[in-house]
Design a protein around this ligand. Structure first.
Ligand SMILES: Nc1ncnc2c1ncn2[C@@H]1O[C@H](COP(=O)(O)OP(=O)(O)O)[C@@H](O)[C@H]1O
Ligand SMILES: [Mg+2]
Length: 358
């Protein structure tokens, strides 16, 4: 899959971007100093893929400070995609070929895999990033997943507010039945999808890890959950049983929003034994496995978004990255043009300055 052209207006600090990308050039590099808008460009592309940002949940943040709305239009070789966001009132409109679509029908038209230095640096200690990895891969493979996940998160918030109201003597305990039931239905589905995905990722991740790190150690991925394998009915009972405990903290303590991933390297928990370099190799392996699965299950080559990866990866890992990206259309940001000049693949560089692409 390929992006043919992109128009961005009023998106963060991006004033007006209008670019077309030639077919014979796989790598497009946005070069500029810090704070110029390079990552914002990748964020706009990502928005057309997953209908969300990788940096903020509040879509209003994406509208330029002085702007009434922001618009991102991307034409792929298959579809014309558009996202329009207004800040006040906060609204988001998603369109495919000019027709308004729900998030379910919008997500997955543009498949994109995003590499960020934050993931590379932080995955080792942030369970949220590990869960997000699974959720993002699933969202691209299964249109309904992200919508169900958002519903689940919304229901969790509602249940927590109700817990607070009850603990302050304002709420009705019977109302918890509704939220327990809803969370159980959605939660069991989310957990099951994550487990299936981990099964599919296992060998792919381990294979990439061995190549990247030049070692023979196996990686295994373990899904840590108190609710794995339980049916919606059993999960509902667990929520009911946990009410008294949840009322004390006004938090829903159980469910996929609390689950985590553990990685074993040669049977040892990486959280306790792995070096920074081993973590980097693992995160790269996870990303390559994501690309493999998207290719295998959808038949589409995802577009790659590489944010400032040169700062986090040594020369050898950079080489693995660019060998593996092959002919995939790749958008990359960097502060150092010399990194781009050294690439063996055909590429084009664009200078980004104060939100304008020169
Ligand atoms: N909603 C917004 N409106 C205008 N500017 C914004 C908005 N959000 C972020 N910015 C600006 O965007 C710039 C950061 O852009 P970014 O793409 O992260 O830079 P970099 O080139 O370092 O990747 C900062 O100057 C920030 O103030
Ligand atoms: Mg940046």
């Amino acid at each position: 899959m390929r992006i043919q052209s992109m128009k961005i207006k009023g998106f963060r600090n991006l004033k007006g971007i209008d670019l077309s990308f030639e077919e014979g050039i796989p790598i497009h590099a946005f070069v500029g100093s810090n704070g110029q808008g390079k990552t914002n460009i990748l964020e706009a592309i990502y928005l057309c893929s997953l209908s969300k940002s990788f940096r903020t949940r509040a879509s209003g943040d994406l509208v330029g400070f002085e702007e009434a709305f922001s618009s991102v239009k991307i034409d792929t070789d298959e579809e014309k995609l558009e996202v329009i966001i207004t800040a006040k009132p906060s609204q988001k409109v998603l369109k495919v070929n000019g027709v308004k679509k729900s998030a379910t029908d919008f997500i997955g038209n543009l498949k994109a895999v995003f590499f960020s230095p934050d993931d590379l640096a932080n995955m080792s200690y942030a369970p949220k990033l590990r869960r997000r990895y699974l959720d993002i891969v699933l969202s691209q493979l299964n249109r309904g997943y992200l919508v169900k996940l958002m519903e689940y998160n919304g229901a969790c918030k509602q249940r927590n507010s109700l817990l607070k109201a009850i603990s302050e003597g304002r709420g009705d305990t019977d109302e918890l039945d509704f939220w327990d039931e809803k969370l159980a239905q959605l939660g069991a589905y989310i957990t099951e999808e994550r487990l299936k995905l981990i099964d599919q990722l296992q060998t792919l991740v381990s294979g990439h890890y061995k190549e990247i790190s030049n070692s023979s150690s196996e990686v295994s991925i373990v899904y840590e959950s108190e609710v794995r394998g339980v049916s919606p009915k059993e999960l509902c009972d667990l929520y009911k049983d946990g009410r008294r405990r949840d009322l004390m903290t006004c938090q829903t303590r159980l469910g996929p929003h609390r689950d985590d991933l553990k990685f074993l390297l040669a049977d040892k928990d990486m959280a306790f034994f792995a070096s920074r370099g081993e973590w980097r190799s693992l995160v790269l392996g996870l990303k390559f496995a994501e690309i493999d699965l998207i290719k295998e299950l959808t038949g589409d080559n995802p577009v790659l978004l590489l944010d400032d990866v040169f700062s986090e990866l040594d020369a050898e890992r950079q080489k693995y990255l660019f060998d593996a990206t092959g002919k995939s259309q790749t958008f990359i940001t960097t502060t150092h043009k010399e990194f781009i000049d050294g690439l063996p693949t055909a590429h084009k560089a664009y200078k980004v300055k104060e939100g304008i692409v020169e």
